[in-house]
Design a protein around this ligand. Structure first.
Ligand SMILES: Nc1ncnc2c1ncn2[C@@H]1O[C@H](COP(=O)(O)OP(=O)(O)OP(=O)(O)O)[C@@H](O)[C@H]1O
Length: 972
């Protein structure tokens, strides 16, 4: 077992290396795994060969290729479906497939966390995962619609939430977490999207080379003339202030007009009505018009320069023009019950205008996400559901000028790093300790200290910022910085001009502070922090919006907002709360990581910048991740679970192991041939070092499943056949039962009939001597037939034999007649054999005595009428005539005999002989004698035949053949 296992291991190892065409496809196999350079070198080698994916255990590292590699088509989906993680080269589909299968098989919620800096390929990766899940998950007509919605939600969200930045032409300007809901069969049922911190400042301001959100350009370029006219827009993006600040209204390779059509059709898929669609475009257009409201200033008071724009806005949003105009140039302040209306100067009016645009756009975006969620909501199925989460959130940002937005984004990344540490590093090490597993502690930087610096109650940056925003008096960005220095100035991860040492001071301005993030130092300009955090929209503008008749604005600016006395949370606090909720969501799921890396800052496909990549490797914590992987165990399972799942792989644990689960697992791993270094037995769990070991076990389990399925199938087949057989047997028994019953019935009938026959026979026997009646008729007939049969067998053989079978009473008369007849026949027969000479002598002698012995002559005549020589006729005529009369009497006797015996008719040969006579004799005879008894009186045809045959079997010859022959001979 050991040797073969070792050989198999070798083969597997070789296969793995063979698959690593370039470098290693899993950093765990990297020789010099502590060296960052060799890590980057491996990435670079693979990138140059278009191998953009590499694993660190189960973490996928992806390098943006900036070109289409043709590795996401259907063939790839099919190739990666249901294939173990390490079987094929690393791919985003492999992560998606593994997470999907874990979710289905273990019924545990999963989440895929995609991180990386802007332009690293997070959104693309999340789209590929969605594409994979849609293609590989359960197919049925009812879920195709859900899949369509999930996929089409993307272009809509991208249109309203993405923009061209200097680092990414399609940069997501919001964080997105999407939950996809699956049923127990793995069919998607719906989804839910959570959005985080939309970069709304982009609505009113874009850096050179950048653009506003895509939807503005798509609408202006893609809407048909009618729609444009309705929206009071012109097909020239440069005409609109909110679109032209970056001097980059078009993006190379992007067709905004075509994209607009995609968005329009996507809106219809996600259940947008025409009115909603129109309302959405009206708001978008109105924001462009708001941007074009210019202000002049007179006596410190702002005056609207572009009245036309205001009227367009009012027509589009359906709000009163005067109310909006007033709101744009005045501010109502309520203090201690008094209401004071003060005019705004130009700057304040511009601020109010931009605040209005940002608020309207942000609320519209939130409404859009809500609408998407309504459309994606699973309304059909309840029951067991599992979730697959997809987090595509902004990566770490370090710019030249970093402001409030970068502060929030980097805070979010600190939180995600915390989660990573919690889930992979800290929990892991704590678990080893708990389980008593020998473990080399890995040193890693726990960024909790930075998270605390930012979010700690009363002592964190956000608390200080909120305090400054909410406190009465003249709070400014500078006072905020002062307060910050006072509160967190001594924190090791905080620096500002005031608290920094002389050397560091040189790299800082007075209005800046620096945070030492886990990914690197970032210097933030405090300018705008308070305003952005306050996110103030003057009450007058809110009021104007509540009067809007646009169905979306009406929803997003409810009247209750005006009456509510509660001050809304600041932006930072809202963000902090939503991040904390997000962490809870992610902590409750099994995480999978995709770490995206941008190879260069120029969006070029063939450029791999070691420094840029090195920086990302560092801040993504990949080296620490690798070290933990190498030192730790890839997989752990409570003994009970492991045994339950794989017990079928070992004869001693299958079908049930009676002892301790730990002993069972020990037997199991020994049977599977695990090497001592491959696993560790903890107190409650089994730890497996390399994923490969687990995958081999899983492969064996899959194989066994087939075997078990075959056994189950055979058993089931046997069971169903047995059931069928029993059914057939039952049917056969039933049929046999019916048959037996039928036969028994038949037998009974037969017996009844037999009883009847016997009864009749006995009755017949008792009354046999009585005249024939209904009761004895049958018996007598039988007796007659029997008598005739007996008689036929015992007839006297010679004239000298005087014996005669004794006849029963019913046949007595017939018997006498027959005996007489038979005696005569014997005599005639005897005469037949007398020679001609003897005959002649006897004849002459006889003729002499003929007259006196008339009786004998008659007998002779009866048998031999036709043998008397012709010359004697004349001499004996008188006697002859007399004898002829006697023949008639004989015939009559015979007929009477037949009649008594119930025989059908005269024997034919006899008749034939009779009819051979000259006509006058015949006539004479027939006149007096002709009588044939009816057939109906006979016993049966058979009886008649037997009787006839027996009686006349010897006569046939004599009557039909011998007699004419003799007659002729004698005549001659
Ligand atoms: N796997 C890939 N294959 C081909 N091109 C890719 C891939 N991933 C990313 N790209 C290219 O890189 C661009 C930027 O990718 P993406 O928008 O996904 O980055 P991001 O990390 O989401 O950025 P941001 O945080 O700004 O949204 C894409 O528009 C695409 O052109």
């Amino acid at each position: 077992m050991g040797t073969s296992c070792y050989v198999a291991e070798e083969i597997m190892e070789n296969a793995l290396h063979a698959r690593d065409r370039v470098g290693v496809q899993d950093f765990v196999l990297l020789e010099d795994y502590r060296n960052e350079k060799s890590f980057i070198e491996n990435l670079k080698k693979r990138f140059k060969e278009n191998l953009i994916y590499t694993y660190i255990g189960s973490v996928l590292v992806s390098v943006n290729p900036y070109k289409d590699l043709g590795i996401y088509q259907k063939e790839y989906v099919d190739q990666y479906r249901n294939v173990n993680f390490y079987e094929l080269p690393p791919h985003v589909f492999a992560i998606a497939d593994t997470a999907y299968r874990f979710m289905r098989e273990e019924c545990r919620d999963q989440c895929i966390l995609i991180s990386g800096e802007s332009g690293a390929g997070k959104t693309e990766a999340s789209k590929k995962i969605l594409q994979y899940l849609a293609a590989a998950s359960y197919h049925a007509t009812q879920v195709e619609h859900v899949k369509d919605k999930l996929l089409t939600s993307n272009p809509v969200l991208e249109a309203f939430g993405n923009a061209k930045t200097n680092r990414n032409d399609n940069s997501s300007r919001f964080g997105k977490y999407m939950d996809i809901e699956f049923n127990f069969m793995g069919a998607p049922l719906g989804g839910h999207i959570l959005n985080y911190l939309l970069e709304k400042s982009r609505v009113v301001h874009q850096n050179p080379g950048e653009r506003n959100f895509h939807i503005f350009y798509q609408l202006v370029m893609g809407a048909d003339d009618n729609l444009l006219q309705k929206l009071f827009l012109q097909r020239e993006p440069e005409l609109y202030y909110y679109m032209n600040q970056g001097n980059s209204t078009t993006v190379y390779g992007v067709d905004d007009a075509a994209q607009f059509q995609v968005v329009k059709s996507a809106l219809s898929v996600i259940d947008f009505t025409e009115e909603e669609e129109e309302a959405l475009f009206m708001i978008t257009a109105s924001i462009l018009h708001v941007g074009n409201i210019g202000f002049s200033e007179e006596n410190g008071q702002a005056i609207i320069a572009q009245e036309k724009s205001v009227s367009s806005i009012c027509k589009l949003l359906g709000c009163p023009e005067d109310v909006l105009k007033d709101a744009l140039t005045h501010r109502t302040i309520e203090a201690r019950g008094d209401t004071v209306v003060s005019p705004l100067n130009r700057d304040q009016a511009i601020y109010a205008r931009d605040a209005l645009s940002k608020a309207v756009y942000e609320r519209q975006f939130k409404w859009l996400v809500q609408k998407l969620n309504n459309s994606l909501e699973n309304k059909s199925e309840s029951g067991r559901r599992t979730l697959m989460g997809l987090l595509d959130i902004y990566g770490f940002e370090i710019f030249q000028n970093n402001s409030f937005e970068q502060f929030c984004i980097n805070y979010c990344n600190e939180k995600l790093q915390q989660l990573f540490i919690e889930l992979t590093l800290k929990l892991e090490q704590e678990e080893y300790r708990r389980e008593g597993i020998e473990w080399e502690t890995i040193e890693y930087f726990n960024n909790k200290i930075i998270c605390d610096l930012i979010e700690k109650q009363h002592k964190g940056v956000i608390s200080v910022l909120d305090e400054e925003c909410l406190r009465p008096g003249d709070a400014t960005d500078v006072t905020f910085l002062d307060k910050l220095e006072t509160t967190v100035g001594t924190h090791p991860h905080f620096l500002s001009y005031k608290v920094a040492d002389n050397k560091t001071k040189k790299s800082l301005y007075r209005e800046e502070f620096r945070l030492k993030h886990y990914a690197g130092d970032v210097t933030y300009k405090v300018e705008g922090f308070l305003d952005k955090n306050n996110d103030l929209l003057y009450r007058d503008l809110k009021k104007a919006m509540t009067k809007s008749s646009n169905l979306i604005t009406k929803c997003t600016f409810p009247d209750c907002e005006l009456t509510s006395k509660k001050r809304p949370d600041t932006v930072a606090t809202q963000f902090k709360k939503s991040l904390s909720q997000l962490m809870d969501i992610l902590m409750s799921k099994e995480p999978w990581y995709i770490r995206c890396i941008k190879p260069n800052d120029n969006k070029l496909s063939a450029q791999f910048d070691d420094t840029i990549v090195g920086h990302q490797v560092k801040y993504l914590g990949l080296m620490e991740n690798l070290r933990v992987r190498r030192a730790g165990f890839a997989y752990r399972r409570p003994y009970e679970d492991f045994l339950k799942r794989y017990k079928c792989l070992c004869p001693s644990t299958w079908p049930d192991y009676q002892g301790n689960a730990i002993d069972g697992v020990e037997k199991l791993v020994n049977h599977l041939g695990y090497k001592s270094d491959d696993y560790r037995m903890g107190k409650t769990k089994l730890f497996i070092r390399l994923p490969r070991t687990l995958f081999e076990t899983e492969d064996a389990f899959e194989q066994k499943k087939h075997d078990l399925a075959t056994i189950i199938q055979a058993k089931f087949h046997g069971y169903s056949q047995k059931k069928k057989f029993l059914q057939m047997k039952m049917a056969a028994t039933l049929i046999a039962c019916y048959c037996r019953r039928y036969l028994a019935k038949k037998l009974l009938e037969k017996r009844r009939w037999a009883v009847k026959v016997i009864h009749r026979f006995i009755k017949g026997f008792i009354t046999r001597n009585e005249p024939e009646n209904e009761e004895n008729k049958h018996f007598v007939q039988c007796v007659k037939a029997e008598y005739l049969r007996r008689l036929a067998q015992n007839l006297p053989k010679s004239v000298l034999d005087k014996s005669w079978a004794p006849a029963p009473v019913s046949c007595r008369k017939a018997s006498e007649l027959l005996q007489d007849m038979h005696r005569k026949w014997l005599a005639r027969k005897y005469c037949k054999f007398i020679s001609a000479e003897s005959k002649a002598q006897a004849l002459s002698h006889r003729l002499k005595v003929l007259a006196s012995r008339q009786e004998i002559c008659l007998h002779l005549f009866v048998g031999r009428l036709n043998v008397i020589p012709v010359n004697l006729y004349l001499q004996t005529l008188p006697h002859f005539l007399l004898n002829l009369w006697n023949l008639g009497r004989l015939t009559r006797t015979l007929i009477t005999c037949f009649h008594l015996l119930n025989l059908p008719c005269l024997p034919i040969p006899y008749l034939r002989t009779l009819f051979g006579l000259p006509w006058f004799f015949r006539t004479l005879f027939l006149r007096g004698q002709f009588f044939i008894p009816s057939l109906h009186g006979s016993n049966s045809v058979l009886d008649q035949k037997v009787v006839a045959d027996d009686l006349f079997k010897n006569k046939k010859q004599s009557y039909s053949q011998s007699v004419p022959k003799l007659f002729v001979e004698n005549r001659l």
